[in-house]
Design a protein around this ligand. Structure first.
Ligand SMILES: [Zn+2]
Length: 686
């Protein structure tokens, strides 16, 4: 799974049901499932095969709040409890058994209905909310799903699509087949109005790139370099991609950046970009990270949370290597440097964590894990590193692993002593900044960057020459650093440098001016105005706001120039534009109501939570609340995405302080859903 970095939350499950895995090994789960959009229920038929290792009279499947509607197999009884389905009979050691039954589930999590899409998120959430299965990662099962869906929908699940057949006039059945076992948190289904583009890896693996029909022009920028990433990882890791095919599906209101469900990565629709958005916010890192998990996590899986870095640290490290291949080593070192700074800060605040701490933060598992591998590779050399990785994967394929399994392979191929490394990077809680910065200083680029960043406290007049060189040098990161140092300094002194930066051929240096310069001077105005047409939505948004604030008499002109720009998936430019157009006196007065309605409309649940959250922010700033917005805010306050839900709740608790608002809501209480009414009752109690 790939989290957004600023969300350092990860649910690590360390509970284990060791007893059950000693008694039984589930081999195969064959399920036929139908999802009811109206009632949000799952209607399923399950056919499960298991091998009994020790004689027993009861065996269970994890199954949350499920009702058994029919038992088709004879020979044993079945019954459901709060979180399990029990199979009762006289099971003998060494024998294979098969049980068949039907069930109904009403998943409260793990399976989500968002607009016309249905999708799942198993890691940290438990697949047993919608599919009876084994929540323990140590029991690897072959899952073969058949999904019955309305004829317009496209269905994606793990494995190869064998056939699609007509069930009745309005439904089709999609039959998927896996040939290898996996842990249940990797089972996935996505259903919606999707189309796909098909490509093949160099090794011949079919890769499907899914998209919504209205996003056909965004397919190329969104999935840019997918084949290169795939081919690079296969070559770098040295073990062929171990599954039948690979599919990637962007969905609305996803909980994380992406999730590596075996052969079916689901990722946030926020990464669906056009060629301008690609420059600011692209899918490459997440694309590489989730694919890398198909070896590290899916092929070899941690036995427990204590070894979580074997999944996240490795996926993060290999995604860094992909970026190095695509964007060069400056980019690679820059990313490592950024994370080293975050880890150093955490460590210096006394909050450093050992990589082997099952309750560590994402920053530790992901980035300290990647650092550990970077340092290990420098220590033992490329050849030994690659050999160890290959052996580790080959010897543990389709199985479970611990950190010792990995270290054993490293020690087997290298004579270099790694005891100290193990102590410094795996066990110790502090981040080893000195080793990290030693490593970074092997890069000429980092040394040049450190020279420029060390000038931050130097008076501007004494560093003009160096800053100019840095800007003219045209490096993304060094150039940006130089521009940031101009912020707040005497305009008379910085004018010429800002001019150079605005004329730079480097998009990111120009962007640094847009986001860091407070107030645009009359002399820089003509050059600054060009940023309104730059190839970056971050730049356009910042430039529009700066120019609008700095030159009140030109507001209408700036708004006209940017009128048709939408921006990212959350319409960042369009929403700022609407807010400014609404408050600009004399601008398109006859259309004001339309603008207000458009902005209010964006708070509705037909839009993604990212878009809605931004709309609520502008509505709040401009005090444009009405009944429609308030209803949408209540709907948002019970959303499945906790970030959005919490932000909406905070806003709501402010709004109901307004006199009369609470009474208005109470009057129409019946019009809200059950979930919304529950939320409102808790709000009004306080
Ligand atoms: Zn991950």
């Amino acid at each position: 799974m790939k989290h957004f970095l600023f969300l350092l939350i990860l649910i690590v499950t360390s509970e284990c049901y060791a007893q059950q895995t000693d008694i039984v090994d589930f081999k195969r789960i064959d399920a036929t499932l139908k999802f009811e959009t109206d009632t949000k229920k799952v209607i399923g038929e399950l056919d499960v095969e298991f091998h009994v290792k020790k004689a027993s009279d009861s065996i269970y499947l994890d199954a949350v709040a499920m009702e058994i509607t029919n038992v088709a197999s004879s020979g044993f009884k079945m019954q459901s409890s709060e979180d399990k389905i029990w199979i009762l009979g006289k099971f003998k050691a060494g024998k294979m058994y098969q049980a068949r039954f039907s069930y109904i589930a009403s998943p409260q999590q793990t399976l989500y209905f968002t607009g016309d899409q249905i999708w799942t998120q198993g890691q940290g959430k438990y697949t047993s909310h919608w599919l009876p299965s084994i929540d323990d990662m140590n029991d690897k099962i072959e899952f073969d799903l058949q999904i019955i869906a309305n004829s317009q929908a496209t269905v994606i699940a793990n494995g190869a699509l064998k056939e699609v057949n007509n069930i009745d006039v309005s439904n089709r059945g999609w039959q998927f087949d896996m040939t290898q076992p996996m842990s249940s948190y990797l089972v996935a289904v996505a259903l919606g109005d999707f189309r796909k583009k098909e490509i093949n890896s160099q090794s011949g693996i079919p890769i499907s790139l899914y998209y919504k029909s209205e996003d056909s022009l965004k397919v190329e920028p969104t999935y840019r370099y997918t084949r290169e990433i795939f081919d690079f990882l296969e070559a770098e890791i040295g073990i062929p991609y171990p599954w039948q095919n690979y599919k990637q599906i962007p969905v609305r209101d996803f909980l994380y950046a992406g999730m590596e469900n075996t052969t079916a990565t689901i990722f946030s629709e926020a990464f669906v970009v056009d060629s301008i958005g690609f420059n600011d916010r692209n899918y490459i890192n997440v694309n590489a990270h989730e694919l890398a998990h198909h070896w590290f996590g899916n092929l070899v899986t941690e036995t427990s949370g204590e070894h979580h870095w074997l999944q996240e640290g490795f996926a993060t490290y290999y995604a860094h290597l992909v970026e190095k291949e695509l964007f060069g080593s400056d980019y690679y070192y820059w990313q490592l440097y950024q994370t080293a700074e975050q880890l150093r800060e955490l460590s210096e605040a006394g909050k450093g964590e050992s990589l082997l701490n099952a309750k560590a933060s994402s920053l530790t598992f992901y980035e300290k894990g990647a650092w550990a591998l970077h340092v290990l590779r420098e220590l033992i050399g490329d050849e030994a590193f690659k050999k160890a990785i290959e052996n580790y994967l080959r010897n543990n394929k389709f199985g479970n692993v611990t950190t010792s399994d990995f270290l054993r392979e490293v020690r087997a191929v290298s004579t270099v002593d790694i005891d100290r490394w193990e102590e410094d990077w795996l066990k110790q809680t502090a981040f080893n900044s000195s080793q990290a910065f030693n490593s970074l200083s092997k890069s000429d680029f980092m040394n040049r960057y450190f020279q420029v960043s060390s000038l931050r406290a130097t008076p501007v007049l004494q560093k003009i020459g160096e800053l100019r060189d840095a800007i003219l040098g045209g490096n993304d990161f060094i150039g940006q650093e130089a521009v940031y140092q101009l912020s707040g300094e005497d305009r008379f002194v910085t004018h010429a440098l800002y001019e150079e930066a605005l004329e730079s051929k480097n998009l990111y240096i120009r962007q640094a001016v847009a986001v860091s310069m407070d107030g645009v001077s009359e002399r820089l105005k003509p050059k600054f105005e060009k940023l309104l047409q730059d190839s970056s939505y971050v730049t356009i948004e910042a430039a529009l706001y700066s120019l609008w604030s700095s030159f009140p008499e030109e507001r209408s002109r700036y708004l006209d120039v940017t009128r048709s720009v939408e921006g990212f998936q959350d319409k960042n430019v369009r929403q700022l534009w609407l807010a400014l157009a609404i408050i600009t006196d004399g601008y398109r007065t006859e259309e004001k109501t339309t603008f207000v309605n458009e902005l209010r409309g964006y708070t509705g649940n037909t839009y993604s939570f990212e878009l809605r959250q931004l709309a609520f922010r502008y509505i709040n700033e401009l005090r444009l609340y009405n009944d429609e917005v308030l209803d949408n805010l209540i709907d948002a306050s019970v959303h499945h995405n906790w970030r959005f839900r919490n932000a909406s709740r905070t806003l709501f608790s402010e709004i109901i302080k307004n006199p009369g608002t609470k009474e208005e809501i109470i009057k129409k209480m019946d019009s809200f859903s059950e979930k919304e009414q529950q939320f409102l009752q808790t709000q009004f109690k306080e």
